[in-house]
Ligand binder design. Structure first.
Ligand code: NAP
Length: 305
């Protein structure tokens, strides 16, 4: 057993959610109830689980939660009508459309239909741009990168001048995280890698902070990690369930037991980045309500440098 510090996203989430609950209680007493609408198109089982987790978390925090379930064959125009209605609904401050969408619906067009002030996932191009220019008081940073930032900050893991290697370049996690970490306030040196990267192991071994967001169990092995590095495992894969001795379980992208022996700090899966993502979505919904009703513009993120 090693001494790698376990970065416990469940514990930090519980702490941050308690703060959100208190703030929501105060707002409710003043007649403002933050509300999140989650739009689920089709019946993908994994998406249904994520949607119910998000709605339940908001409900438990005293917010209004509304789940809009729509058939997989809904037309683009009908989906737009539903989004327009939520855009105009004063009880709803945050709207998210669960991805992936059925193939006939262009996710870019759907995400652009959401009013940017209610785009608590931070996927509208205006919010993507605001994240890239560092305007955290008017834009919404996507929840998973924001959760990683909070995990680092809470554990006093500084990014200033350090080398952050991000494996995976999706628009929802890898790219925005790389943009954040390289921005003033974070001041890290960034390497963003992907499927076509040559010599991945040599690059990951240079990381002071290694973030992996791919979806391939055991992609990151012990020899790919510099001793003492911080390892943030974002991947979620469901494996097992083949037989009586093979229980179904959720794992990340990192060979956890082997890597924890060399890493300085590591997030577990489950219980690391996942709970933080939902907590940051709740925080963005709370901020959306404050921005829309109070004109308040607190930055949703601050640097970790
Ligand atoms: P995605 O859009 O499929 O992106 C995966 C990325 O991994 C792509 O950039 C891909 O490269 C890269 N990649 C694939 N194989 C690789 C390899 N062998 N070496 C290096 N890079 C490789 O996936 P995503 O939406 O970002 O999600 C990734 C994982 O994170 C999934 O398991 C997902 O469930 C999980 N996730 C977790 C949370 C959370 O809250 N914990 C949130 C979001 C996602 P190319 O671009 O070249 O194809």
């Amino acid at each position: 057993m090693s001494g790698a510090r376990i970065l416990d996203g469940r514990a930090l989430s519980a702490e941050l959610r308690a703060g959100i609950v208190t703030e929501v209680e105060e707002l409710r007493a003043e007649g403002l109830v933050p509300g999140l609408a989650v739009v689920l198109v089709g019946d993908d089982p994994a998406s249904a689980v994520y949607v119910s987790m998000k709605a339940r978390a908001c409900h438990k925090a005293g917010m209004t939660d509304r789940t809009v379930r729509l058939p997989a064959d809904i037309s683009r125009d009908d989906l737009f009508d539903r989004i327009d209605a939520l855009n105009a609904d004063p009880a709803i401050h945050g709207i998210l459309v669960q991805l992936p969408l059925p193939p006939h619906l262009d996710p870019k067009a759907v995400l652009e239909r959401i009013r940017p002030e209610k785009d608590v996932d931070g996927f509208h191009p205006l919010n993507v741009g605001r994240t890239f220019v560092g305007d955290y008081a008017h834009g919404f940073a996507p929840a998973t990168p924001a959760g990683i930032v909070e995990l680092l900050r809470h554990h006093d893991i500084h990014t200033h001048g350090r080398h952050v290697v991000v494996v995976g370049r999706s628009l929802i996690v890898g790219k925005p995280l790389a943009a954040l970490m390289g921005a003033p306030g974070f001041n890290a040196t960034i390497t963003l890698t992907h499927r076509h990267t040559r010599g991945l192991a040599a690059i990951t071994r240079m990381a002071d902070i290694l973030v992996v967001v791919v979806g391939k169990p055991k992609l990151i092995t012990r020899d790919m990690v510099k001793p003492g590095a911080t390892v943030i495992d974002v991947g979620i894969s469901r494996i097992g369930g083949e037989g009586a001795d093979d229980k179904p379980r959720v794992v990340g992208d990192v060979d956890f037991e082997a890597v924890r022996e060399v890493a300085g700090a590591i997030t577990p899966v489950p219980g690391g980045v996942g709970p933080m993502t939902i907590t940051m979505l709740m925080r963005n919904t709370l901020e959306a309500a404050l921005r829309i009703h109070r004109g308040s513009h607190r930055p949703v993120l601050a640097g970790t440098a």
